[in-house]
Design a protein around this ligand. Structure first.
Ligand SMILES: *Cc1c(COP(=O)(O)O)cnc(C)c1O
Length: 455
């Protein structure tokens, strides 16, 4: 072990390939099904929404996929990202554990999301797309795509979940600063939005609704495609630069994690950090524990079912097999907006079902407490989403203390919280509550899952 505090790789160590875990899975992923026919879909079904290069990556089983040089060239603006040893947090917790974190908040929009936004914008431009539509929860993805779209000369329209649109005006300003258009969802611009507003004029919105709006707009115009910031295989693939860098940095630290932790909304930052380590578990027999952390208010992995479901509320998307609370589930307005999605990515769900990872749920008040302990020792104000990983890491470190064992803990700090200060203001004023859904509410939403015979 070295005694440094941060591990910085040179630019030429930005990964040259993405790691595709589909190549190493013990069993293949369940097929994606057409919402109308219930039959497996082919590339042509997805072509109205995505460029062919991304559709190819979605179904690829090649272990390594080359990162195009123009994409690496943009990633160079902030990558390789730093990996830190959290020595001051260790002292604050008085733990024998060694805590490391990989920090993605150094990107232009402040999270891991530009890692895939840049790649998606690049492939769209290559195939002639002029405009991208997308949804955003907390605004992290919208601002990341706004930034990436601008660099590659694409127009970007963002449907932003209404509660976040109101809670986070500066995220909207950031999207507009990059030149994107940002619309509160549900909106009157789409059939999907108008249908929700007719039934629920005061709807707070949800990611599922915003996805319906963005997909509907993309399907209408030939020059317009849709971009998703999480969940899909190609998105998780693009995030694996995180874990590949972390492997090299743990080597620089002359250490190796006993446990790797990430927060999980759709699963992309978790996968980005964890998949290269899971790959080592599968192919090299390492025994690293891998833990995905979700909010107790949206407990997809810990209380949902593993079944075919729609990705959106209006049922425009294909059916994917995933851990889901049901596409009609609308989570409470917790501050970790990026973790309020009714499903989990099919890849992370599959890997959880195969027993290759663990899942746990944390309540938001405990997460904010851990986030402040972190900020007051390490200095960085974490994104509310990221505090879920911090809370889990703190719990693991305190367990080491109680047991008198020294383990190496690595967690993903997926973003900073500079645009989320209202959440901290509310927390400090004692206004935050814990929400846990009762079984009745959860079972109600899950009783509407589509009937799919195929397995
Ligand atoms: C969007 C976001 C998340 C959740 O999305 P995943 O796809 O699960 O990573 C987590 N942290 C931050 C900072 C985010 O912006």
């Amino acid at each position: 072990m070295t005694d440094e505090t941060k591990y910085l790789l040179p630019e030429n160590k930005i990964p040259k390939v993405w790691y595709n875990i589909a190549a190493d899975l013990p069993t293949p992923l369940a097929p994606v099904l057409h919402p109308g026919t219930g039959q497996p879909i082919g590339p042509d079904d997805l072509a109205p929404l995505f460029p062919m290069a991304l559709i190819g990556q979605e179904v690829s089983t090649e272990r390594e996929i080359e990162i195009p040089e123009p994409v690496r060239d943009v990633l160079r603006l902030w990558r390789p990202a730093l990996l830190y040893r959290a020595r001051r947090l260790e002292q604050a917790l008085d733990t024998p554990a060694r805590i490391y974190y990989k920090y993605e908040g150094v990107s232009p929009s402040g999270s891991h999301k530009p890692n895939t936004a840049v790649a998606q914008a690049f492939y769209n431009r290559e195939e002639g797309t002029k405009r991208l539509t997308t949804e955003t929860g907390a605004g992290q993805w919208g601002s990341s795509l706004a930034f990436a779209g601008r660099l590659f000369g694409l127009e970007v329209d963002v449907y932003m979940v209404k509660i976040s649109f109101n809670q986070k005006p500066y995220r909207r300003a950031l999207m507009e600063a990059y030149g994107a258009r940002c619309v509160a969802s549900p909106s009157v611009e789409t059939n999907a939005g108008r249908a929700v507003l007719a039934d629920h004029p005061d709807s707070n919105g949800s990611l599922g609704i915003a996805i319906s709006e963005a997909v509907e707009m993309a399907a209408q115009r030939d020059d317009t495609k849709y971009a998703l910031g999480s969940v899909l295989n190609h998105v998780l693939l693009h995030q694996t630069v995180i874990g590949q860098e972390a492997l090299l940095q743990m080597e620089m630290a002359d250490d190796f994690p006993d446990v790797v932790i990430g927060c999980a909304g759709g699963g992309s930052n978790f996968a980005g950090l964890a998949f290269p380590f899971i790959g080592r578990n599968i192919t090299k027999g390492e025994k690293t524990r891998i833990v995905a952390v979700e909010p107790a208010a949206c407990p997809t992995m810990t209380r949902g079912t593993f079944a075919y479901d729609f990705g959106d509320t209006a049922h425009l998307t294909p059916l994917v097999k995933m851990h889901t609370l049901g596409s009609t589930f609308v989570p409470e307005g917790i501050h970790a907006g990026g973790l309020r999605y009714h499903g989990m990515s099919p890849l992370v769900s599959h890997i959880l079902d195969a027993g290759l990872i663990e899942a746990t749920a944390q309540h938001q008040v405990g997460c904010f407490e851990a986030g402040l302990t972190f900020a007051r020792s390490e200095g960085i104000i974490p994104a509310p989403e990221s505090t879920h990983a911090i809370k889990q890491a703190v719990d693991e470190a305190l367990k080491c203390k109680a047991e008198g064992t020294s383990k190496a803990i690595l967690f993903g700090l997926s973003g900073h919280g500079h645009f989320d200060m209202q959440a901290y203001t509310d927390f400090l004023a004692g206004k935050l509550e814990d929400h846990a859904h009762d079984d009745v509410a959860l079972n109600e939403a899950m009783s509407h899952l589509p009937d799919v015979a195929a397995e």
